[in-house]
Design a protein around this ligand. Structure first.
Ligand code: NAD
Ligand code: ZN
Ligand code: ZN
Length: 238
């Protein structure tokens, strides 16, 4: 799903050129903004230079400034999905996508209540991801990845806030943000499918792992984890 847009165009969509260079350091290269970026200018098809090493850019929403070439180099090192994230304040521009491998997300409803949510039933999410071969977006392209503990069963209270979290989790799933391929911090196993910073409750009636109920802060915590990946209710606005 990588975007076909040229990297320079993505940078110029979300950053404007600053005329009077501020007396600050670039957060990427740590050199003064008044010095040129150390990164090479990629030559364009026409042979010209689209972004010069001395160009200082400012993000259109958060206003943070850095060398435009440093931001271009950071973009080219990532998944190149057409989105940018300010390295200072983490504001996301465009739709951030991740590297979650192919799989299935299924949703069921259970009549039984979760501990701490006695007034409603339960939403069950089942994630299934089969083993496969890593793509260019993964740590070791061409090598296999393993899948431990799949299918993974997750639970939400079936109330207004739980259903809102479910809708946002569906968006995060489509944007490939729920899982990634990496090293499991629990088992140390490399090249395996792991959670990617959006916490899920994987125990329904027990809490042996600490990833169970009751947890009065869970829905708010997962909403802020989703927001930090750019997944908010704004996704549903036309
Ligand atoms: P990880 O160990 O790299 O940890 C990444 C994040 O997942 C961390 O934030 C951690 O707090 C969270 N996490 C760890 N264990 C979790 C759990 N049981 N439920 C929910 N969140 C959890 O991530 P990982 O390697 O993907 O998962 C950790 C371990 O949990 C793995 O060994 C996996 O097999 C196992 N697991 C099993 C099931 C199951 O249903 N059998 C479900 C989920 C996870
Ligand atoms: Zn720089
Ligand atoms: Zn910023």
């Amino acid at each position: 799903r990588a975007s076909a847009q040229r990297p320079e165009e993505v940078i110029q969509r979300y950053m404007e050129i600053v005329a009077g260079v501020p007396d600050e350091d670039c957060i990427i290269c740590m050199d003064q903004l008044s010095n040129p970026s150390g990164y090479e200018t990629p030559s364009t098809e026409e042979g010209g230079q689209s972004i010069l090493p001395v160009t200082v850019g400012k993000f259109i929403k958060c206003g943070h400034t850095l060398h435009m070439l440093c931001m271009l180099a950071m973009y080219n090192n990532g998944t190149k999905d057409g989105s940018l994230q300010c390295p200072s304040c983490k504001t996301i521009y465009g739709e951030k996508t991740g590297t979650q491998p192919k799989g299935k997300m299924e949703i069921y409803s259970i009549a039984q209540s979760l501990p701490g949510h006695p007034d409603c039933g339960t939403i069950q999410i089942i994630y299934s991801i089969p083993p496969g071969i890593q793509g260019p977006e993964h740590p070791n392209p061409g090598q296999p990845y393993t899948c431990r503990g799949f299918p993974r069963f997750c639970f939400l209270p079936d109330n207004d806030k739980g259903r809102k979290v479910l809708e946002l989790l569906k968006v995060a799933w489509m944007r490939r943000l729920i899982f990634t391929v990496g090293t499991s911090s629990t088992t140390g196993e490399p090249d395996t499918v792991v959670w990617n910073g959006i916490h899920h409750k994987t125990e329904m009636m027990s809490n042996l792992s600490g990833h169970g109920y009751p947890d009065p802060n869970y829905l708010d915590n997962v909403l802020s984890e989703l927001a930090s990946q750019g997944v908010t209710e704004d996704c549903f606005k036309p």
